[in-house]
Design a binder for this molecule. Structure first.
Ligand SMILES: [Fe+2]
Ligand SMILES: [Fe+2]
Length: 183
């Protein structure tokens, strides 16, 4: 899934992240303790860790945000500072899911409840985060980036030597999300 503008590509990533969040939310809502979806949670955690955080947040933190800083956007405070802060909160939620997964798999009720809580926090955070990026920061970015900067960003996004952006990894997670169907 490629695009000719870096902001469009980041928005496409958001649609995939939303698919996995919707699937996780639906599974957690519809199942009880007897069929707790621990295997799917593990797959979703892998997607959020490697694609949402590893690849997508890399593109934002190491490529888009520095490019916007060069355009005069403040890094401390303002929308970029808020987005960076929310990425760190998201990582804490993922760490909470990860820490509770073994005990949840073993059927410990407290671990399953904690895992549900961390997952709900993560989904709520990311839904709001994505809305703010799509509707505020990315619109500003589309105005601010000149064509040369946009091409440079796309090249950073598709660096085959970077394990976070290499095509086989990206395609594997895109396929996982697409196979889940419509949110
Ligand atoms: Fe972000
Ligand atoms: Fe994003």
């Amino acid at each position: 899934m490629t695009s000719n503008h870096p902001v469009t590509e980041l928005m496409n990533d958001h649609r995939l992240i939303e698919k996995v969040m919707s699937a996780l939310e639906a599974k957690l809502r519809s199942v009880g303790d007897s069929d707790f979806p621990v295997d799917f949670i593990e797959q979703a955690l892998d997607f959020f860790t490697e694609f949402a955080d590893g690849c997508h947040h890399f593109k934002e933190e190491e490529a888009l945000f520095p490019a916007l800083a060069e355009c005069g956007f403040a890094v401390e405070g303002g929308p970029i500072g808020m987005m960076l802060y929310e990425h760190t909160i998201g990582r804490k939620c993922l760490a909470g899911i990860r820490a509770n997964l073994p005990a949840a798999r073993a059927g410990i009720p407290e671990a399953r409840a904690a895992l549900r809580s961390f997952a709900a926090q993560y989904i709520d955070l990311l839904q709001n985060h994505i809305w703010k990026e799509d509707n505020v920061l990315f619109r500003m970015a589309q105005q601010a980036l000149d064509p040369q900067s946009a091409v440079a960003l796309l090249n950073r996004f598709h660096d085959e030597h970077n394990p976070r952006t290499a095509t086989p990894l990206v395609e594997r997670y895109q396929s996982f999300a697409v196979a889940l169907g419509e949110p």
